[in-house]
Design a protein around this ligand. Structure first.
Ligand code: AMP
Length: 214
């Protein structure tokens, strides 16, 4: 099964994609994670993407589509969860082509519906474990033991440089202008399902599971 998770920054795509990967053996394909890796490595893609990401704007369709193509081959025939991709109509068309070339297709496009104002608070407080990537939040999800990761015990945490209010607002505007308009492309094919992204992580997970198991 191949699914796309759609929704603005902070809607919970990454959280749900990581859970689906852990529970169902599907592969999480996050272009945001791939780009952050490229930036950290200082690769040519990273050098090109760094300033664009810091501004909250979109990296070029060609770069992100190529990243997905490379990973699709590495992922073998396991189902994929596309998280943060596609973000434009061009990327949506590129994804269809990449899947078709491998004899695969999309099963569902799941839109996480959320209220934008709540998202700024969600995003501005988030941080993650520098070693294992586990996600936390200043208000909603602190580590059980202060300053120690619940999962791996590391005491080093990181915050994304683009998780500040000004950049978040820019990322939301990009979502509204370029990503939301691709919904009709998928609606025409009857692929879109909507879930209430304001519910708890467990409730959102249950809604998604109900769709995948239907
Ligand atoms: P994310 O982790 O999905 O919030 O992505 C962080 C940033 O990476 C975005 O604000 C964009 O600058 C860039 N990015 C991630 N995925 C894409 C994509 N599919 N298309 C263009 N830019 C992307």
């Amino acid at each position: 099964m191949n699914i796309v998770l759609l929704g603005p920054p902070g809607a919970g795509k990454g959280t749900q994609a990581a859970r689906l990967q852990a529970q169902r053996g599907m592969i999480q394909m996050s272009t945001g994670d791939m780009l952050r890796e490229a930036v950290a490595q200082g690769s040519p893609v990273g050098l090109e993407a760094k300033a664009v990401m810091a501004a909250g704007e979109l990296v070029s369709d060609a770069i992100v589509s190529a990243l997905i193509g490379e990973r699709l081959d590495a992922a073998g025939s396991n189902g994929a969860i596309f998280d943060g991709f596609p973000r434009t109509r061009e990327q949506a068309e590129a994804l269809d082509l990449l899947l078709a070339e491998r004899g695969r297709s999309l099963d569902y496009v799941i839109e996480l519906e959320v209220e934008e104002d709540a998202l700024v608070e969600r995003i501005a407080g988030r941080f993650s474990c520098a070693r294992c990537g586990a996600s936390y939040h200043d208000r909603f999800n602190l580590p059980r033991q202060q300053d120690l990761c619940d999962l791996c015990g590391s005491s080093e945490f990181v915050r994304r440089p683009d998780d500040n209010e000004q950049t978040v607002r820019r990322r939301m505007a990009e979502y509204r202008a370029k990503t939301e308009p691709i919904l009709p492309y998928y609606e025409e094919r009857g692929l879109v399902r909507r879930v209430d992204g304001m519910a708890s992580v467990e409730q959102v997970a249950a809604q998604i599971d109900a769709i995948l198991d239907s």
